[in-house]
Design a protein around this ligand. Sequence first.
Ligand code: HEC
Length: 265
Amino acid sequence: MSNKLDKRMIIKMISVSIIMLLVSYSAIFMLVKQVVEKESQKNMVQKARALTVQIEHVRHYISNMVADDVFDPGLLVEAQKYIKRKDAKSKEEIIKIARLTRFYRTIPIVSSWTIGQGRSPDSLHQFRVVRIGARNQKHEALPTEREMLEHMVKEDLDEHWIIDKESNSLRYMKAIIMKKECLICHGTEEDYPAGKGYDPLGIKMEGWAEGEQRGAFEIISDLKPLQETVRKVQYDMIGIGVLMVLILVFSVPVWFRMLQSKDDQ
Ligand code: HEC
């Protein structure tokens, strides 16, 4: 075999090696990105799920306390008198005034979301209670949230999460299901005949039924830290890739020299 042929062969071999290296490395690069992203998202969902489970427990706990008459029934009368004294008429006014009463704090759903809000004080995680047709405008579902809530009803899902590109966040939702104890306020006139269509606080009842999904607890997690981690892994991989190619390229003259010395012998 001539020296010239050997050189050509080696150049071909090296080129093929570099191409193969680049292709397989790019594939690994993409795979690592996907795996890191998927695992981190799974982690975020698990954390959000764990938090909503805790919040649900709070609701059950307070509900049981209400059912066991732990709270003084006089608290409702006190709240009703206070709302009347303050002459609160509209839904917004009643909610604002009711919030200042002791009774308000004994509403199980209120206790649970208050704790939920307290558990997510950092700017990376946000806790929300959302609903279509909310009593409180602050809780009204935004278009993306509305879609999620509707999807959950349509598919009969207890939880649902999406990547929201617009806010660059992962939105996790856990359905809030109407229970019998909720109907005195959110149900029909039959559930609270004394109110004639208004709940004990004087807010118009929604007419909802037991078992219906009427909102969700939502955890909104910022995706920026995850993206930074992925980027860091990518930069590290690019660094290693460049190093590998450089080693390969710089080893070429060594290969030639080795071949030369073999030929000379
Ligand atoms: C004593 C009346 C009362 C009972 C009982 C009650 N709620 Fe409510 N609910 C309210 C009031 C008042 C608000 C608005 C409070 C606020 O925004 O501060 C509200 C708000 C909500 C919201 C937030 C969305 C919105 O409309 O602003 C959800 C979700 C909700 N309730 C679900 C439930 C569920 C589920 C139950 C039963 C486990 C329940 N509620 C029992 C009075 C009640």
